[in-house]
Design a protein around this ligand. Structure first.
Ligand SMILES: Cc1cc2nc3c(=O)[nH]c(=O)nc-3n(C[C@H](O)[C@H](O)[C@H](O)COP(=O)(O)OP(=O)(O)OC[C@H]3O[C@@H](n4cnc5c(N)ncnc54)[C@H](O)[C@@H]3O)c2cc1C
Length: 470
């Protein structure tokens, strides 16, 4: 007999798992199906967490390299990277987090977790192929698609060579590559380029367009480019890659430049040219679900064009962030329960961190986006070279920009480039979400000496200019 569920959740990542937990907690009978080896999705196994674990090791190495500056003598020649240990530590953390998630799910009787594949066979039915045991057909009242995304394939000859990695695979690489070419100057490409550079790779970043981090505040992205160059990373802009060919122990990456063709040698290539929603084998063609630009089309409550089937996270398209997927999953769960829950997330309120060095944090609109939205925007600035905490930490090269609506002085965006910016992103998100006026920030007492004083410093300066120009 077919099993019946209130809700089928396909995909146990950042979007699907919190939604399944919230629904089951409220009494719904939920089936969560996950096709990976553990519970946590891309963020846990191929994304946020493993990349930050490698970054942590890189950060420790960078600190050791700067030890003299802080009055510590270290025998640098004895510092060695034990890559096997780094990888083992990474695996242990991932396993621990996955086990904890499985444990949380297991505590709810009405939440069933199955490792295997789910495929829609109609608007209210799905075929479940578990990794262990026989396949079954189930029926559901509602379904949440949370199947995530996968890396875009590099559309050039040679993309299938064994030296060419996606972000998924390079995080498990057997050794630090001697010469790494990163194709793509987006958040993932830049983060991994800097990590491997510190770990010992000779790194070249190849960017098709005129600058890295398209869509990010231009001033900060250009400043970060200069940091990359100063750190010793080679950065080629306006250089579309045309071909990759095998050569001895490595490959030649061939690219167009100024009408000619040049090449650079690499022992490993990271293809980081974006991601697209994962829909293979999900069975959307058995339903009325509409796909546009490879992404599932949803309305304002994340319902697809098949009533009763919803979608959250990367499978819906940009923005692709773990916190965004979770916010969507939780808002959707509240909506399906008929409860007043967190509002459905809006792009103009999103926040994000690019885990570059220095970190780049952002929330809300850039100056350009504010102008396009018809906002007469002002910018309150703070230069971290004057900041006590930044000077103490030896990272005083950076800037904070608060974008505000001049008509009411409410904050519409915050953009920060400084080491430690990630820890300021939460406050930035709150300012944008609440749309607080500059005066409210100026009146909030921020502790000294912390990087958070930058918010107050920026608005005091802007308010002083505003009042003196009246
Ligand atoms: C290198 C890298 C670094 C990143 N760093 C960050 C970061 O620092 N911060 C951040 O916010 N975001 C980061 N991201 C993005 C983040 O990982 C994703 O946005 C997030 O994981 C999306 O969550 P999701 O639930 O939509 O999808 P996923 O987490 O991808 O989960 C989808 C799940 O669905 C499963 N699935 C697919 N098809 C089926 C099926 N038919 N049946 C059953 N299960 C199925 C998959 O196995 C997968 O586990 C990073 C991504 C990458 C690649």
């Amino acid at each position: 007999m077919e099993k019946q569920y209130d809700v089928l959740v396909i995909g146990g990542g950042s979007g699907g798992t919190p939604a399944a937990l919230a629904l089951a907690h409220a009494g719904k009978k939920v089936l969560l199906v996950e096709a990976g080896a553990g519970l946590g999705g891309t963020c846990l196994f191929e994304g946020c967490i493993p990349s930050k674990i490698l970054r942590e090791t890189a950060g420790r190495l960078r600190d050791i390299a700067r030890a003299e500056e802080f009055g510590i003598h270290l025998p640098h020649q004895l510092v060695q990277l034990d890559w096997r240990r780094v990888q083992a530590r990474k695996r242990a953390i991932l396993q621990r987090r996955s086990a904890a998630a499985i444990h949380r799910v297991g505590q709810l009787d009405n939440l069933e977790l199955l490792f295997g594949r789910a495929r829609l066979t109609g608007p209210r039915t799905a075929a479940i192929e578990p990794f262990k045991g026989d396949g079954t057909e189930i029926t559901f009242q509602q379904c949440i698609l949370a199947t995530g995304s996968e890396p875009n394939r590099l559309p050039v000859h040679g993309a299938d060579l064994s030296q060419v990695y996606t972000s998924d695979r390079i995080l498990d690489i057997g050794c630090v590559p001697e010469r790494l070419v990163v194709i793509g100057g987006g958040p993932i490409g830049i983060e991994l380029a800097q990590i491997f550079h510190v770990l010992g790779s000779d790194v070249t970043v190849m960017q098709r367009g005129p600058r890295i981090l398209a869509g990010v505040d231009e001033e900060l992205a250009v400043a970060l480019q200069q940091h990359l160059i100063n750190q010793g990373i080679k950065l080629y802009v306006n250089c579309p890659v045309k071909n990759i060919c095998h050569s001895g122990q490595g490959v030649f990456v061939q690219y167009d430049v100024d009408g000619g063709c040049e090449q650079v040698f690499a022992t490993a290539v990271l293809s980081a040219i974006g991601r697209h929603p994962h829909l293979d084998g999900v069975g959307v063609e058995q339903t009325a679900i509409k796909i546009e630009h490879h992404a599932v089309v949803v309305d304002e409550v994340l319902q697809t064009t098949e009533p009763g089937i919803y979608a959250v996270g990367d499978v819906v398209g940009q923005p692709m962030f773990a916190h965004w997927a979770t916010a969507q999953g939780l808002a959707l769960a509240a909506h399906l329960l008929g409860r007043k829950g967190p509002p459905f997330p809006q792009p103009q309120h999103n926040s994000a961190v690019i885990f570059s060095s220095p970190e780049l944090a952002m929330a809300g609109l850039t100056e350009e986006q504010a102008a396009s939205a018809g906002i007469d925007a002002g910018v309150a600035r703070y230069d971290f070279s004057q900041d006590a905490r930044a000077q103490i930490g030896g990272h005083d090269n950076g800037v904070l920009k608060i974008i505000y609506d001049k008509s009411n002085r409410r904050v519409v965006g915050v953009h920060i480039l400084v080491d430690g910016a990630a820890s300021l992103a939460g406050e930035a998100a709150l300012l944008v979400r609440a749309g607080l006026p500059l005066e409210a920030i100026a009146g909030a007492i921020h502790p000294h000496p912390t990087l958070s004083e930058s918010f107050v410093g920026a608005v005091r300066a802007a308010l002083a200019v505003n009042s003196s120009s009246k």
